[in-house]
Design a protein around this ligand. Structure first.
Ligand code: FE2
Length: 238
């Protein structure tokens, strides 16, 4: 594929459980460029007592990433957002401010506890939308309640969510069950965005190039372009 956008990844160093140091970040940025990823939105976790980097911390690391890309003339445009864990403090944030949207647009990447049932997840989606944001539900295949069936994903869509799945799940790196579920969602046209959710160069690397080839082969070029370029750019308001 000519151009790919990755709007869910943990490439920035020192801010969450993504890149552990600058060299890892640089290795992953270089790898992304080699795979024709031309647009990246970094999405460091924000979760009470677990991932607590401030937006200022994120921007400091973002500047480092920009410098590396410029110095090495990598053809990548960089943006920043966050991956918000849905809990009480997230709801307070929705009410009182301090939200970093994806690329400064309207969309918020949100993730859920694996213990939440579908009703709870839908309620967070509705609250996000009511606060004026477009909810992008992160890696829906990973939640037991949602992975139970296609109908559960449809409920998230009805509640107002856009749907994101991980490249690694599509490629079978998270087991056969998640792989089959993801291909089913894609075939039914229920997926808005495929992203890398990359965390490190070795165990959870950026693999959107390989993923794009697989989607093109199995689903056709138009589908690949939609979930890996058109929709991600629309969500970033580009
Ligand atoms: Fe993530």
């Amino acid at each position: 594929m000519k151009s790919i956008a990755d709007i869910h990844c943990h490439l920035l160093a020192y801010v969450d459980d993504g890149a552990e140091h600058t060299a890892e970040m640089e290795e992953m940025l270089t790898s992304q460029a080699e795979q024709n990823v031309e647009v990246i939105c970094f999405t460091p976790h924000l979760r009470t007592k677990m991932f607590t980097s401030s937006d200022d911390d994120i921007y400091r690391r973002f500047v480092q990433a920009e410098e590396f890309v410029r110095r090495n003339q990598l053809p990548i445009r960089l943006y920043v957002g966050r991956e918000y864990y849905c809990d009480e403090s997230f709801l307070k944030r929705l009410e009182f401010g301090g939200i970093l949207t994806l690329g400064g647009g309207d969309a918020l990447l949100i993730e859920f506890s694996s213990r939440y049932d579908t009703d709870t997840i839908c309620e967070y989606i509705r609250r996000t939308e009511q606060a004026g944001y477009l909810p992008l539900a992160a890696h829906v295949e990973r939640y037991p309640a949602i992975g139970a069936g296609v109908d559960q994903v449809k409920r998230l869509i009805d509640a107002g969510a856009r749907i994101q799945i991980n490249a690694g799940s599509l490629l079978g790196r998270e087991g056969l069950r998640q792989k089959l579920f993801c291909w089913k969602l894609l075939k039914l046209g229920l997926v808005d965005v495929v992203a890398s959710d990359a965390h490190d160069p070795k165990y959870r690397p950026p693999i959107l190039g390989e993923c794009a080839r697989k989607i093109e082969t199995k689903m056709g070029q138009a589908c690949a372009q939609k979930v890996l370029w058109d929709n991600p750019l629309q969500i970033l308001s580009l």
